[in-house]
Every structure is written in structure tokens, then in C-alpha cells.
Design a protein around this ligand. Structure first.
Ligand code: IVH
Length: 679
């Protein structure tokens, strides 16, 4: 007769299996998880332990029996691969890593130190790309490891995926190679995508990983094409020239030579204590990276040793994922405030009791819109689960209902704008309530901030606080006023010394020459994000052609839908907007049109050259320097290889500088770089 204990275990196993199946479905099929990855991992670990202790209760369809994810979205074709894409064991502590190292040595029957390579663990979607005789013939998701979903057409829309392998003196193109990597969505793209969905009344993606998954597993590649996805290549499956590579780091070098985007944060030649040091560095870097990573993958570098170590049914013995601590914490909602955005959208924001999440103090989290507040039923006084990832604004994941006391206060959208007091309204098809007064001071400030932000005029130092001061002191009223600011105007502002005034003026001056795409984006036309602005810029020779453009002409352009077309037309026929543009041009803004860059690209000494940037430059932000190089026909890549032409090294350069010196790549300081551009 089973004891109560045995019954309790059985019940718990049953409960865990059901919950894990449900969360698997929410995560992989719906791209809409309800719990954190850490919570999922904990449940899975508990189930695994119980099943090991009670082998009689094991079951072939338990979630622990899976190699990886659940595959197959309705409608996507599937394919079986001969070398499965395995999953990987997790480590959560230094102790776990030391045990991993010991296991490896025990298995190899050696006391000699093992050489490891450590790579960021990208938090995206694992894919495999098959190239036959240099051409991309098949793209699949990892699926359950053995069976993947065919997403060839979708994969082809990602710009960092080479459609043909690059030939070079160092490498010939292999007859067959299956390249493995992770498709991710960078933070800026993810934020913009959600912003756009918010404006259009579509449901929001919970995080960048879900957005990447949802974008990739589309039946319509056109949708994938419109999403800002990126590939990091990190491994290979079947390879016809396997004898050409002896280590994982050689695989990465090969992938880079073949034209893939390989992450620059990889470190090789590490002993186990260096692995632990690098983990600490990576933990610190994590929040400043423009994409999500959820840990570090540690691999035995030598492939012959990998082979000797082999795999268990689920995962290889030669690799481990050293995961970061959770980036979710619980705290309480002190108040729910409403902010007014650049388009007048009212956004509820939760003010939180300050809480440390992965090393950063968080005291505010976005609640997106009225419907989201209602869906999550967030009330003032609630205890909530909050998550942050990289630079993305922290958000409330869910309410911990068991902590409710009954004193919580529900949220209601105000009937008047909290900034200017004008009436607010909500168009039925949208989820957003808006302040209807275009002159609302909050709207004006946010439009100006957008204008000066990254991707637009990119004026370093002109952020929230300074913009607010400039407006309050009446020093600027509209975009064009930025370009007539004088030293005297700036020197009297709070926290502005002569040096920072100087820096700001030079940043403003440098921003005056701007690509057509960035200029269009800066104008803040509703429904025109950074990507669409580039599409528009490449479809028209200059801005004059847009002044009288018809809606149906715009709709015929690939990537521009009817809503955006109407909005663009409306913007350009409005005489006020024409005046705004005229004023900018009069104040010295020079728009560089694509046809012009093509011409200059031929003449420029930067044309066709490959650049790597490291350290901080005095006269440019990273993205401004990148834009200048690209405008002159050069390329900017993330890591140094023998094919890099120049490494531009600013203040506090990183290991890229060492690598450049080792490889004999030409290193330019900022002055030499500026001279090269001017020549
Ligand atoms: S190697 C056995 N390297 O982690 C090792 N995986 O593998 C096979 N992942 O969903 C994978 N970053 O997509 C490897 N630098 C990296 C990775 C990485 C992320 C993902 C991979 C898979 C999971 C487990």
C-alpha cells in the first residue's frame, strides 16, 4: 500500500508535469510566457530530482524527457536533421563550474588543465542554416533538436545572414556546411516594435526573445523582413571539410571568414579560473549590451576532446551554460502615474519601492496602456514581479495575487491630460488614450527628445534633463532652434560648465550633416520608425518629391502599409511641417541623399574597407562613427580578424586593440581616423 508520502510525491510529479507542459506551450507556441525562465528552470529541476529518486514514476512523455523545445507551429513544414541540436546543462554557481571542470577531467582521465572557450549565451532562437556549394539552401529552427521547422524564406530576410558564403584567400567555400547560431532582436528594435504595436492596437511581446521567435516563425516572410532581427553564428553541424578545424575558436574564425556575424565578446585559451573571472566581467557588461544574454556558454575548446567526451541523451559533456542570476524581482507599486509621449499617448507608469534587479536599482516600470493594466490587473499597493533586460525599460510581469490585502486601489485613465489639462480621447481601433493638444508641453518635449536621439540626429548629451531646461528657459521652441544655440545660452544652465557647453555645441554641429533616412526618422512622422524611414529614403531621390506624394503611390512601396502611407501623406501636405523642414535646412542642416553617398563612396578612401571600433571617441558616438564610415562606403564589423583593414581605437580601448596588434592590423587613433575621412 502506498504511503501518504508516496502519494504526495506522485501528486507533485503530476502537478509539475502539467504545469511544465502548459508553460512550454505558452513559451514556445504562444511566444507569451507567464513565468520567468528561472521559475521554469526551478520547476524542471525539481521534477528531474523527483524522477531520479522515484524511477518507477518516470514517463517517456515527461517534460524532462525532451531534448529541447516543443516544435512545430501549425503550417510550418518540418525537417529532420542528422546531427541533433542538443540542449545544454546549466550551472548557477562557481561551485557548479568547478564541478563541471572536474567531471571533464575525470572523464578524460587527466589531471592536466583543460583549455576552454567562453561565449555569451544569447537569449534568442536557435537556428541552423545549410549552405551547399556556398549557397543558402535550408534554414530551420532548432525545434525539438532533431526535427526543426523550415524557415528558409524568413531566414533569408535577415541582413546578417549571408545568402552566399564569402570566398577568401584563407578559405575555400565548402561543399556542405550546416551553420548554427542564434537569431536575436536587439533592444532598440524590440522597443520600437512594441511601440509600433502599441500604436496599432496589437498585443505586445513580453520580451525580445519572444519577439524574435514570433517574427521568425511566420508563415509570411514579409512580416519577418519588417522585423529587426540579427544572427550570431556560434557553431556548426554537418561539415564536409571538418578536418580543417581543430578547435571551437577555429570554428568561430572560419564562420567569420565565411561572412557570418560572430560575437566579439568571446574569450578563448581560458583555464577554469579565467572562465570564472570572465563570467564576472560579462555579468557587469550585461546591462550595457544592446541585446539580451542570459549567461555564458563554456565549451571545451579542442574538438577531439569534445568527441571523446561525447554527449548524454540530452546534452554534451563538453559544454555547460553558466547562467546569470534572475533579472526579475518582486516589489510593491507605490503609485501609478500617467506620462504623456510624443504622439500624445498616455502611458501608465508604476512607481515602485526601489529594488535591486541584477545590479541596477529599479523604481519605475512601464505598464504600456490601459488595457495592459487591466489585463494584468495592476493596482496601487500591489506586490508585483518586475523584470528588466539590458537597457529596456523595466516592466511589470504580473501581480502576486496571494499578497493582496484588499486595500489596493484600481487604476483609471484620467479624462484630462495630466500635463496640459486638455481633453483626452481614444480611437476605437487603438488601445491608446491620447492628449489631443499637439502643443501640449509634454508632447513638444518628447518630440524634441526623439529628434535628438540615436537613430535620428543623434546629438550626444542632449537628453531629457537638458532638453527640459532648454524648453523651460525658452531657449528653444522647435527643432530648428537647436542649431542656433549659442555658447552664452548654454553656459548659464544647471550643471553645464564651459567644457560641456563646448562638447554639446560640437555635437550639434557634427549632427547637421545627416542621412536622408535618419532625417525622415527624426521628423517623428506617425508610423514611420527607423526601418520605414530607410525604406522611404531609398525610394525617393530627395525630400521635395515627398511634399506632394500620393497615398497609393506610397502604398505600392514594399514595406509601407496603408496606415503609414496615409500618415506620411498627411504629414507632408501640412504647411506647418513644410515650414519646420524649411527652417531646418535654413539653419544649416544638410541632408545626404543615397545617390550622393554612392558617388562619394567610390572616391572615398574608406570605400570597401572594413573597420572595427574600440574604446570611446571624443568627437563621435559609436553609432555616429559607424554611420560616417558606412556613408563613405566602408563597413563596420564587431570583431577583429585578418580581414579587418583598420581598427579605430579611442580612449580605454578593449581587447580588440591587442588582437589588432597581434594580427598586424592598422590601428588608427581618432585624429588619424578623422584625417582619413577628410582626405
Ligand atoms: S552551443 C551543446 N553557444 O543555448 C552546445 N549555444 O544550447 C550547443 N545558445 O538554445 C549550443 N548562445 O541556441 C551555444 N554561444 C552559444 C549559445 C548557445 C545561446 C543557446 C542555443 C540553445 C541553448 C542550449
Amino acid at each position: 500500500m502506498p504511503s501518504d508520502d508516496a502519494n504526495a510525491v506522485k501528486h507533485r510529479i503530476f502537478e509539475l508535469r502539467n504545469a511544465l507542459h502548459r508553460h512550454n506551450h505558452l513559451y514556445y507556441i504562444k511566444d507569451n510566457p507567464e513565468i520567468s525562465d528561472a521559475e521554469y528552470d526551478r520547476m524542471l529541476e525539481e521534477l528531474r530530482t523527483l524522477e531520479i529518486q522515484h524511477p518507477d514514476l518516470a514517463s517517456p512523455d515527461s517534460p524532462t524527457a525532451r531534448v529541447g523545445a516543443s516544435p512545430v507551429q501549425d503550417g510550418l513544414e518540418t525537417v529532420r536533421r542528422d546531427i541533433p541540436m542538443l540542449s545544454i546543462n546549466n550551472a548557477f554557481s562557481e561551485q557548479d563550474i568547478i564541478e563541471f571542470d572536474n567531471r571533464v577531467k575525470r572523464f578524460l582521465k587527466t589531471d592536466d588543465p583543460i583549455t576552454y572557450i567562453a561565449e555569451p549565451k544569447f537569449d534568442g532562437i536557435a537556428v541552423e542554416l545549410v549552405y551547399e556549394n556556398g549557397g543558402l539552401t535550408l534554414g530551420t529552427t532548432r525545434g525539438d533538436g532533431v526535427t526543426g521547422e523550415v524557415i528558409t524564406q524568413n531566414i533569408k530576410t535577415i541582413r546578417t545572414v549571408p545568402l552566399r558564403l564569402q570566398e577568401s584567400t584563407d578559405t575555400s567555400v565548402p561543399a556542405y556546411i550546416a551553420v548554427r547560431g542564434e537569431v536575436i532582436m536587439p533592444h532598440d528594435g524590440f522597443e520600437r516594435l512594441n511601440e509600433y504595436r502599441l500604436e496599432n492596437g496589437e498585443s505586445l511581446f513580453a520580451n525580445a526573445r519572444n519577439a524574435a521567435a514570433g517574427s521568425l516563425r511566420q508563415l509570411d516572410p514579409g512580416i519577418t523582413a519588417s522585423r529587426p532581427l540579427k544572427l550570431f553564428a556560434y557553431g556548426i553541424g554537418r561539415f564536409s571539410d571538418a578536418d580543417q578545424v581543430a578547435t571551437q575558436h577555429e570554428i568561430l574564425q572560419l564562420l567569420e571568414q565565411l561572412g557570418f556575424n560572430v560575437n566579439g565578446l568571446v574569450r578563448y585559451d581560458l583555464g577554469i579560473s579565467e572562465v570564472i573571472d570572465f563570467y564576472k566581467q560579462l555579468t557587469e557588461k550585461r546591462s550595457s549590451l544592446p541585446y539580451d544574454i542570459d549567461g555564458m556558454v563554456v565549451k571545451v575548446d579542442r574538438l577531439s576532446l569534445q568527441e571523446e567526451l561525447g554527449t548524454t541523451s540530452r546534452s554534451p559533456r563538453w559544454a555547460i551554460a553558466y547562467k546569470f542570476a534572475a533579472v526579475q524581482e518582486t516589489t510593491t507599486v507605490v503609485a501609478i502615474e500617467v506620462q504623456v509621449g510624443r504622439t500624445g499617448a498616455l502611458t501608465p507608469v508604476a512607481h515602485l519601492a526601489p529594488v535591486n534587479i541584477g545590479g541596477v536599482t529599479v523604481s519605475r516600470a512601464t505598464l504600456h496602456n490601459e488595457d495592459e493594466v487591466a489585463r494584468k490587473d495592476v493596482r496601487t499597493g500591489d506586490t508585483v514581479l518586475v523584470q528588466r533586460a539590458g537597457d529596456v525599460i523595466p516592466e511589470v510581469v504580473k501581480v502576486i495575487e496571494s499578497r493582496r490585502t484588499g486595500d489596493e486601489i484600481s487604476f483609471r485613465m484620467p479624462a484630462a491630460c495630466p500635463v496640459c489639462g486638455s481633453t483626452t480621447g481614444r480611437i476605437e481601433t487603438e488601445k491608446v488614450t491620447r492628449c489631443m493638444n499637439a502643443g501640449c508641453p509634454a508632447q513638444v518635449r518628447e518630440r524634441l527628445k526623439h529628434f535628438a536621439a540615436k537613430g535620428a540626429f543623434d546629438i550626444e548629451g542632449l537628453g531629457d534633463k537638458l532638453m527640459t531646461q532648454l524648453l523651460e528657459k525658452g531657449l528653444i521652441h522647435s527643432y530648428a532652434d537647436i542649431f542656433t544655440l549659442q555658447r552664452e545660452d548654454l553656459e548659464n544652465l544647471d550643471r553645464m560648465g564651459p567644457k560641456s557647453a563646448e562638447n554639446l555645441l560640437s555635437a550639434i554641429k557634427n549632427s547637421k550633416t545627416i542621412s536622408f533616412g535618419a532625417f525622415l526618422y527624426a521628423l517623428g512622422i506617425r508610423h514611420v520608425g527607423e526601418h520605414m524611414a530607410k525604406v522611404l529614403a531609398s525610394a525617393y531621390p530627395d525630400i521635395d518629391r515627398l511634399f506632394n506624394v500620393e497615398e497609393d503611390e506610397l502604398s505600392r512601396i514594399d514595406g509601407i502599409g496603408p496606415v503609414a502611407a496615409a500618415s506620411i501623406r498627411q504629414f507632408f501636405v501640412n504647411p506647418e511641417n513644410r515650414e519646420i523642414i524649411q527652417a531646418l535646412l535654413q539653419n544649416g542642416v544638410t541632408v545626404v541623399y543615397p545617390s550622393q553617398t554612392e558617388n562619394t563612396a567610390v572616391k572615398s578612401p574608406l570605400a570597401g574597407k572594413s573597420f572595427v571600433l574600440t574604446g570611446s571617441l571624443e568627437h563621435f558616438t559609436r553609432s555616429a562613427a559607424k554611420e560616417r564610415i558606412e556613408a563613405a562606403g566602408g563597413r563596420v564589423t564587431g570583431s577583429v580578424s585578418t580581414k579587418t583593414d583598420f581598427v579605430v581605437a579611442g580612449e580605454n580601448p578593449g581587447s580588440k586593440l591587442d588582437k589588432a596588434r597581434n594580427l598586424g592590423v592598422t590601428v588608427l587613433d581618432e585624429a588619424a581616423f578623422m584625417q582619413l575621412m577628410a582626405s
